[in-house]
Design a binder for this molecule. Sequence first.
Ligand SMILES: [Ca+2]
Ligand SMILES: [Ca+2]
Ligand SMILES: [Ca+2]
Ligand SMILES: [Ca+2]
Length: 460
Amino acid sequence: MKHSERTTGKLGAETGRNNANSLDLEQGQQAQHVLHTGGPFRLADIDISASGPRCKMLLGDLNGDGRAELLLVQPDDRQDVRYIPHQVQCLTAYDLSGRMLWQQGKPSLGAGSQGSDYPAQIYDIDGDGCLEVLCVMNDRFHILDGATGRIKEVHDLPDPHAHDCIIIANLSGGEHASDIILKDRYHRMWALNRKFELLWSHEGNIGHYPWASDLNGDGYDEVMAGYDLLDHRGRVLWSCRDLEDHADCIWVGDVDGDGATELVIGGSVTVMYDREGRERWRYEGSIESQHIALGRFRPELPGLQIAGLDRMIREDDGKGQKGKDALFLVDCEGKELWKEERTTSGWLTIAETLSSWRAGAPDYILAYRRGGGVYPALYDGHLNIVAEFRHEGYAVHGDLLGVGTEQVVIYDDELAVVYSGEAADLSAPPSGVPLPQPKRLYNSTLYPGGEADANLFSGA
Ligand SMILES: [Ca+2]
Ligand SMILES: [Ca+2]
Ligand SMILES: [Ca+2]
Ligand SMILES: [Ca+2]
């Protein structure tokens, strides 16, 4: 990497942007009309090399000043995470001007990589209006003050392997979700209340990242744990049938627009269930469906669409073939709208929903780690590229500035680049009003699941 080209905390716009298009958009035009015309604004380049290699980035307004910080989470040195997942080894927080706020732990050059989740979240667990960082370090569960990194609480784990990921849920029925679910790699999970007392445990084919959501509106979250839906007491309400392997990702949302929530599960196939456990459809046009993402990618169609990623040819199956994957989009009834035909190689793409790239824009598909020389990019509901991010790496996104649009951060081991669909001036002082921490950001996972929620998605 050419360090000479980098300016920490650099402000300003990408060259070559066509300002006329930004004006058009402000007047409410459809974003898909501005294909390939203006590059995204490059708001900041932030040197994150002091956080150590192979970090995962979390977002949240850690110091409550009205602007998000970047939290770099470095895993432990464990290399084989097939059975025992990572813990966290070091946390490093930066603000958007590139200043390091704090570091907890010590970075290691031998850190493992994203073969499993890193057990860390940013959330206001005590409900006092200030964010904490929750993580598992040194075999114990830690709660850190978000602004300073100071350790506020330490708790014993319910099991030595209970650190695959951290799920925040409302199992106690309070005003504020403050219960925590921990799990091992694939089979067992433990639900704990705010005092870290064990509420219940469960064993089953629980997948990567169980999703907690109040599906029936009774004030308690149900938990989709792999192929089983549990009530808030941990009892199995129903189970998916005729599915192989395990659930790679879980989304909830009112897909068909009838007012009731459905569940969409990606694994060997993509399948939709209603909340009573009736299968509504399955999409079998994929070989290995990964990273599904719900959104209103095609606002002219009813309901929500489901974007996904089919891993068509793996490179790790010993057959020596060049890997290949493909984005796809299906409608609310599970009918395929399109499937990508890649001319480049690459098989490890991650696809997520990005909402509100610009004011009035539909949801877009954020695809990254594509390989084959394809940069991270936003795709619209017709597979057109609407923004390309000319920095290779992992991506996170959120409303970093409290302006109602989402920015995208692309990062590698050394540099985080903040991109925006609209101009913004980071040299202006932040508002001083703490940013809310949306559910998507406090349920961060390598296996993106989610919730299509009126507050989070474009045009809902
Ligand atoms: Ca902040
Ligand atoms: Ca708090
Ligand atoms: Ca409920
Ligand atoms: Ca529905």
